[in-house]
Design a protein around this ligand. Structure first.
Ligand code: NHR
Length: 182
């Protein structure tokens, strides 16, 4: 999860103020630290089924960083309505399917099992309903004969790395229309 402030420095409308993860071993924490970005890790596991307690621990450093925007990327803990409400309209997620197809998990295996000829990724606003908030961007890739879920995942991931920064730049400038890449 990356927290950003809207603050035009150079040519970008946002700057990162915190990278947070529920996984203390996440590669993104090391990457962020190398770039001089503040990081925090709040392991969800000690909290068991108590999502509210996990989220209040996570919220503390986020509120201290006072971000305008939160971006989920590979953030795998479903967020409660109370957490979402604090950031509604300013929290984004990137999801590895062409939403509204395949919300939730195992998206590539599901696309292959359905015989889809196209797959891709979607950036959407995070709402209380999983993977269902307003769409902000999507990128399409072909499904090729013989693709495994891993093949498809890596083809889609390359597009995730194009799509998310492009959507974020627009979002930071206040643009809410759907960006289509292919
Ligand atoms: N929270 C809300 N309220 N709304 C969304 O749209 C969210 C969200 C939290 C995460 C990312 C999403 C994805 O793009 C996301 C969107 C995790 C799960 C899940 O079932 C589902 C969707 C997403 C992320 N998580 C399990 C849980 O119990 C744990 C699964 C695991 O650890 O493998 O939280 O994929």
């Amino acid at each position: 999860m990356m927290a950003l402030c809207r603050d035009m420095v150079g040519d970008h409308p946002c700057r990162p103020v915190l990278v947070a993860s529920n996984d203390p071993d996440a590669a993104g924490l090391r990457r962020a630290a190398e770039l001089g970005i503040a990081t925090t890790a709040v392991d969800h596991r000690p909290y068991g089924a108590d999502r509210a307690a996990f989220e209040s621990a996570l919220l503390e450093p986020i509120l201290a960083a006072a971000p305008d925007i939160l971006c989920l990327a590979g953030f795998m803990r479903v967020l409660t309505p109370a957490f979402v409400a604090r950031f509604e309209g300013r929290m984004l997620n990137i999801h590895p399917s062409l939403l509204p197809k395949y919300p939730g998990l195992r998206t590539h295996a599901r696309a292959l099992a359905a015989g889809d000829l196209e797959a891709g990724c979607s950036v959407h606003e995070v709402t209380a309903v999983l993977d269902s908030g307003p769409l902000l961007g999507r990128a399409v890739v072909p499904v090729l004969v013989g693709d495994t879920p891993e093949d498809l995942a890596s083809r889609v991931l390359a597009q995730e790395h194009r799509l998310y920064p492009a959507v974020l730049r627009r979002f930071g400038n206040g643009e809410r229309g759907l960006l289509r890449l292919n």
